[in-house]
Design a protein. Structure first.
Length: 338
């Protein structure tokens, strides 16, 4: 499988990867470093071929040596469920006998040139993982959604409990994809203080990628909050430890980011902030355990960046009162279920 995306993309591909493996296929995945780390926790993945993408990403031919090694394997089939040109190019030139890709509707002809079969764009209102499973159904697979399964080492679970031995809320305040997916830090601070007024026992854990920008945002939030009930992890965690830590939380609160999708896949209730977009219904978590706060986005509607200063006008219109109410509702629901 060719799955050259970042954390959220990989999360949504896992049910399809598991479906292929459970049907009898030996599944190797061409992925990014963060994708490989996550797939290392999925028992059905046989091997990961790593392409070190970043933003902006290098041209597809930059990593031809890896593609040549993949061609030497003489795979029976290669498939891309996410229809970017890069994924299509790597699928087409994989050397596999059958080279299949899901098209987004705006792919260039050079990217499609070497494909043997294509699947037309899926309904973007479906959850992304369902879109990817429906591609397999179009190819003849008849199974049900296998969902997510994780192989987390007991040592990592023990580490998570030793670092945060109490019940806690996980907070993610940064979005690596775009600062325009972020919410103002003063609003986060106000939200936490409102939550603590009604639920003073709530502890909060904040994590980030370890980049200088995210470390600065976490430090600024600490300065604003000035409360011992918040704990920061400034250094980047291994994926195994991060998954163990997130799995031990009782609620995830954050933005439209890969961490949100991972929390959903781990079965955690979530509260999330979204800018409206055409693709938003596919990426937003669904169900009673997930509360979404959404605002219309003029930038996405017009395909022009109208915000400036790294601050999204639309998200700024979400009040801290709204977010605090959503968090408290979820916390109270979790206590009732317990």
């Amino acid at each position: 499988m060719v799955d050259l995306g970042f954390l959220g993309d990989t999360v949504h591909s896992i049910p399809a990867i598991r479906a292929l493996a459970q049907s009898g296929a030996l599944v190797d995945v061409m992925t990014t470093p963060v994708g490989a780390e996550l797939l290392g926790l999925v028992p059905e993945v046989n091997r990961s071929w790593i392409i070190p993408l970043r933003k902006p990403s290098p041209p597809p031919w930059r990593h031809l040596s890896t593609l040549l090694a993949i061609r030497a394997e003489k795979y029976d089939a290669a498939i891309s469920l996410a229809g970017s040109d890069r994924n299509l190019f790597c699928t087409g030139w994989s050397g596999a006998r059958d080279r299949v890709a899901h098209l987004t509707g705006c792919n260039s002809w050079p990217a499609k040139w070497r494909l043997t079969r294509t699947v037309s764009r899926k309904d973007r209102a479906q959850p992304v993982f369902e879109q990817r499973l429906s591609v397999l159904r179009d190819l003849g697979w008849e199974g049900g959604n296998p969902g997510w399964a994780w192989e987390i080492c007991p040592e990592d679970e023990v580490w998570a409990k030793s670092q945060v031995p109490f019940s806690f809320l996980h907070l993610s305040i940064s979005a690596s994809s775009s600062p325009f997916n972020e919410w103002p830090l003063d609003a986060w601070s106000d939200t936490l203080h409102q939550v603590w007024k009604k639920s003073p026992q709530t502890r909060v854990v904040v994590t980030g990628s370890g980049s200088q920008r995210e470390i600065a945002r976490q430090a600024d939030l600490l300065s604003l909050v000035q409360d011992e009930r918040i704990q920061n992890f400034f250094d980047p965690l291994s994926m195994a430890r991060f998954v163990a830590l997130l799995k031990s939380s009782k609620l995830h609160v954050g933005l439209d980011s890969g961490v949100l999708h991972l929390a959903m896949a781990l079965g955690k209730p979530t509260v999330s902030l979204f800018r409206e977009s055409v693709g938003r219904p596919g990426w937003a978590p669904r169900g009673a355990d997930h509360q979404l706060l959404i605002r219309a986005c003029e930038c996405n509607a017009s395909a022009e960046q109208k915000c400036s200063g790294g601050r999204a006008i639309c998200l700024s219109q979400i009040s801290s009162d709204e977010v605090a109410r959503a968090v408290l509702t979820n916390l109270n629901s979790s206590r009732s279920n317990s």
